[in-house]
Structure formats: C-alpha cells, structure tokens
Design a protein around this ligand. Structure first.
Ligand code: SAH
Length: 330
C-alpha cells in the first residue's frame, strides 16, 4: 500500500522473492516514495516486474483543489469507479493533518451533512484508506490523522484499524490518530479494547434525546445516554479526554438552554467540546451567528466544561466538515 499488500505478497512469491522484499517495498511507500523506480535497494528487474504487475496505488487521482488557506482536497477514484474525497490541513506550526474517508458515502442520514445525502456504496478497504494518507505523504508533511472524512468509521472498523496499525510507519503515531463517530456503541467498545491508544471524538450535536434523534436518526438506535456511558467506559480504560463535536445550527441547537443541557450531561474530566460553525450544504439549516457561538462557549465554560470554537478550513473548496460529497463525481 501504496500497494495492495496481499497482491504484492503473492506476486513476490510468484517471482520467487524472499519475504523481506514486501517489507522493503512497504518501507519505501510509507516514507512517501512515488513509485517502485525509487526503491534503489531492489534489483532493477524486480522493480520493473512490480511496476508491471502490482499497481502502486489502489486509487487514481481525479482532481486536486487548493484552498486559499492552504488546505488541499483531493478527489480520488477507486478501481470500481467510486469517488472519495480526502483533505490535508496544513498549519503554521508545521503540523499536517489528514482527514480520511472510511466509506464511499454514508449509510447514516444526519440531516446537516452532505455525505449523508449521497447514496452509500461500500466500505473502503484498508489499502484504500492508507492510500489516501500516502497520497499526501508524498506531497507534504503528515503528522496527524483524523477519521472525519466521508463515512462512519466505526461501521468499517476492521479496515480502519488495519490501516491505523500501519500509520506509525508514515510517522503518525496512534496518539496523533483520532476516530470520530456518531456514537456507534459497539465500535467505541472495540476501540477501547484494542492496544492502540487512538483518540476518540464524538459527534454529539444535541443533548436532548428528541432533538438529537430529529437531526441524527442514528440516535434512535443508539440513544445519547447509552453513547455517553460507552464513552465513560472508554475513558476508564484509556484515560484520554474525548472530543465532543457540536455543529452550531441557527435556532436549532444553539441557544443558552441547549448549552445548559449539554453541560449537564458531560463530565468535564472526560469531555472537551469543540463547537463547529455550520458549513453550508444543501440543507434546511443556517449557521449560528458568531455571537451566539461565543455565548454558547461561555455558557459551557461557566459550567466548568472546556470549549473551543473550531477554525473552519477549506470552506471555499467545499472541503470543510460535512461538505465532502464528491460533488465533482455527480
Ligand atoms: N461519521 C463520523 C465521521 C465524520 S466526521 C462522525 O459523524 O463523527 C464529520 C464531522 O463533521 C462530524 O462531526 C459531523 O457531524 C460534522 N459535520 C457534518 N456536516 C457538517 C456541516 N454541514 N457543517 C459542519 N460540520 C458538519
């Protein structure tokens, strides 16, 4: 990966090559090599044979877009002609954070999210997930990975974890990897049981069960009270704070009363809130006013809950949270 690792293994076996060759190829790919031709410790004949037989990436590049703030968004095409989007956010302090997609579309139907309006096609393979990160590794510094792109990572957790296992080879430690979920309880429990100290982020968006079910239908299946209990179990094992994401929808979930309700259900020792300004999608919602968002934050802080307001990035190229919909593909 960069390559399909199973295909690489069987091809190397076919070619009568020793097992360590696969590790050599992967080490080059993980460091950001652009192709087999760069792998100078492989015999030239083997480089040629691999170039012919094992595609270097499972994904083809359809288009790359650059935002005024330096954010890069790439539209990638799978072998079965599905389109996915991946985003790299670069920061002045040198960090580079890749926002990975885990599914083509999303089976959940959160009312404010553009991806939720696409038809769900399938889970991405571990190779396809890793290849998104490798795409940016070849171009830039990558220090962090967040599963906040298209799809619900906990519904494809086998592949998400298989990809995560290899991220340290790219220089991204598990502690700098985060999985964001709508609150898919079996996934939260499984993540707590792995030996990878990956961070957890919860898309919460409303503390009231009825309101949350209205804007996120998945809440009928996994009610917030049960989700928060799962998060508490996660914290008991991991001792790492959980990020709560809360998208600010004008007149829907952004009043002081909502902040009071939110503070009432969050243990400040366990949770830290990140308020997300709503990014326009084709939905019925408007974003909250700046002052409303600031007042919401102040209310949380007054209750002792730490809260920050997310800096929106890449909005001019539809790369911001909830805007990934492979529009170009339609
Ligand atoms: N399915 C997972 C992973 C996707 S993360 C999850 O929901 O957590 C994408 C984040 O962007 C989520 O927190 C989601 O709620 C948020 N989001 C979705 N639509 C948005 C929009 N239009 N504006 C701002 N944030 C949005």
């Amino acid at each position: 990966m960069g390559v399909d690792l199973a295909l690489l293994d069987s091809t190397l076996a076919d070619l009568g090559q020793p097992a360590f060759r696969a590790r050599q190829v992967w080490a080059w790919a993980a460091r950001g090599a652009a192709g087999y031709h760069e792998m100078t410790d492989l015999p030239a004949s083997l480089r040629d044979a691999l170039t012919e037989r094992v595609p270097f990436s499972t994904l083809e590049v359809e288009r790359e877009t650059r935002s005024q703030d330096g954010t890069l968004k790439v539209l990638l095409r799978t072998h079965d002609d599905r389109k996915i989007e991946t985003v790299l956010m670069r920061y002045k302090d040198g960090r580079g954070s890749v926002c990975l997609s885990s599914q083509v579309g999303c089976p959940l139907t959160c009312s404010f999210c553009a991806t939720g309006k696409m038809k769900f096609a399938r889970n991405l393979t571990a190779g396809e997930i890793l290849d998104q990160a490798l795409y940016f590794k070849r171009r830039s510094t990558v220090t962090n990975v967040i599963f906040m792109g298209m799809g619900e990572p906990m519904m494809n957790l086998d592949n998400v974890l298989a990809a995560s296992e290899r991220l340290p080879d790219l220089g991204v430690t598990h502690r700098r990897t985060a999985i964001s979920t709508v609150g898919w309880i079996p996934g939260i429990d499984r993540l707590a049981a792995t030996d990878m100290p990956i961070r957890l982020a919860l898309s919460l968006h409303a503390a009231d069960e009825d309101l949350r079910s209205r804007i996120m239908p998945v809440n009928d299946r996994y009610p917030l009270a049960d989700v928060l209990a799962a998060c508490e179990r996660f914290y008991a094992v991991r001792k790492r704070q959980i990020f709560v994401e809360y998208v600010m929808l004008g007149g829907v979930n952004d009043q002081v009363q909502h902040a009071d309700e939110l503070a009432a259900v969050l243990d400040p020792k366990i949770f830290k809130v990140n308020l997300i300004p709503y990014n326009p999608t084709d939905s019925v919602y408007d974003g909250s006013e700046r002052e409303t968002i600031a007042a919401f934050r102040d209310t949380l802080e007054a209750h002792g809950v730490r809260a920050t307001i997310r800096l929106t990035r890449g909005q001019d190229i539809d790369a911001a949270c909830g805007q990934l919909a492979a529009k170009a593909a339609a």
